[in-house]
Write a protein that binds this ligand. Structure first.
Ligand SMILES: Cc1ncc(COP(=O)(O)O)c(C=O)c1O
Length: 363
């Protein structure tokens, strides 16, 4: 957090517009819509609530089939369960790690799903031209999960602006944060009006409290929107900090056979939310878990990549579609490592991390 966020937050505080709404919410929505290049947005309490509302607005109901990649954070799949719909998980592309297009095509033909949630994994965009063409042909509604990808591009457009609706997260670990928060974006005004309505308990515009449908307490507060506006002003700095952290890791480890960074897709520009790579133990003779443990000894936190949904006990029994006979997302989970990547990570700290890892590999 910096001075811009502090000033806007103080302004919200002094105005006594605290919650649920207020002028900063309207302005944050407007500014984010401008940034994304979409017509409308709704500021919400989390990325998870944005996903949930997107599915409701898309008309997803009990038993409907909804596709999403297996390699994602649980929030993507959980939203499908909130609607009692049926998730079908898709394998990943071995190079870019985002959803495998062939698995998507296979699943659409076999299952005729109602919706698909592509995830811009670790800040890397999916291939939206190909996805939209295929999904439009088969009447599949696309909801872009860009929770990790604010600031990333697909061709010359911002992630979060694709499909029928897109969602963002401003959770504490995201590239910009409001401590907790999220947003729904769309060019369809009706969708966003509906989200604003449902997220304030579906209260009818009457003097008394009248409710004709089920609502939720999912709106963002004015205080947090003020913080979000300050963060949005510095987004380009945050993105370039993450990208230079990635570049330094990549350069430092370029001589190590067996380290493979998540490959940049040629159609877009990742925000490098997290620097991720796989460690081929057969070549390095050291596992990614040993690297995590070596960092841990020095009080540095690194993590495995997301554990795919089809390997999660809660999602046991749900279908998983692979393009070929090789389970790519499982392999990425076993070998994948997320390195410390916070925008405020100093060069000194990054050097410590690099030295520890180089020592591990050289031992
Ligand atoms: C891919 C993905 N989708 C959805 C979410 C949910 O966002 P939130 O934590 O704001 O609910 C997250 C992160 O937290 C995420 O990484």
């Amino acid at each position: 957090m910096g001075a811009k966020e502090r000033n806007l937050l103080t302004n919200a505080f002094d105005s006594n517009w605290i919650a649920p709404l207020g002028p900063h919410v309207d302005k944050f929505e407007y500014e984010m819509a401008e940034y994304l290049g979409v017509k409308h947005t709704a500021a919400l309490s989390s990325g998870s609530s944005a996903l949930h509302l997107a599915l409701i607005i898309a008309g997803i109901k009990e038993g409907d089939k909804v596709l999403c990649p297996s390699l994602t954070f649980a929030a993507t799949a959980n939203a499908i369960m909130y609607q009692k719909a049926q998730p079908i998980f898709l394998d990943s592309n071995p190079d870019t790690w985002v959803v495998c297009f062939n698995a998507l095509e296979k699943a659409i033909k076999k299952h005729k799903p109602k919706a698909f949630i592509p995830v811009d994994l670790y800040g890397q965009s999916c291939d939206y031209d190909a996805i939209m063409t295929l999904c439009n042909q088969h009447n599949v509604i696309v909801i872009e999960d860009a929770a990790e990808a604010l600031g990333a591009d697909y061709k010359d457009k911002k992630c979060g602006s694709f499909g029928e609706m897109g969602i963002l997260s401003f959770n504490g670990n995201k590239i910009i944060t409001t401590s907790g928060g999220g947003m729904l974006a769309s060019n369809n005004e009706e969708h966003i009006k509906k989200a604003q309505f449902l997220s304030t308990q579906a209260r009818e515009p009457l003097v008394h409290y009248e409710h004709k449908e089920l609502g939720y307490n999912y709106r963002m507060s004015n205080l947090l929107a003020a913080v979000g506006r300050g963060q949005l002003e510095v987004i380009e700095d945050r993105v370039s900090a993450r990208r230079s952290i990635f570049n330094r890791y990549e350069k430092a480890f370029s001589r190590i056979d067996g380290f493979t960074f998540m490959q940049k897709a040629d159609y877009g520009k990742s925000n490098r939310w997290l620097t991720t790579l796989t460690v081929d133990e057969k070549i390095t003779r050291i596992s990614r878990t040993q690297i995590i443990n070596a960092l841990e000894k020095d009080d540095i936190e690194a993590r495995p990549v997301w554990k795919p949904m089809h390997l999660q006990p809660y999602y046991k029994g749900y279908e998983y579609v692979m393009a070929v006979d090789e389970d790519v997302s499982k392999k990425l989970f076993y070998d994948g490592l997320c390195l410390p990547s916070g925008s405020s990570l100093s060069e000194i700290d990054q050097n410590r991390i690099i030295d520890i890892i180089l020592n591990c590999v050289d031992e």
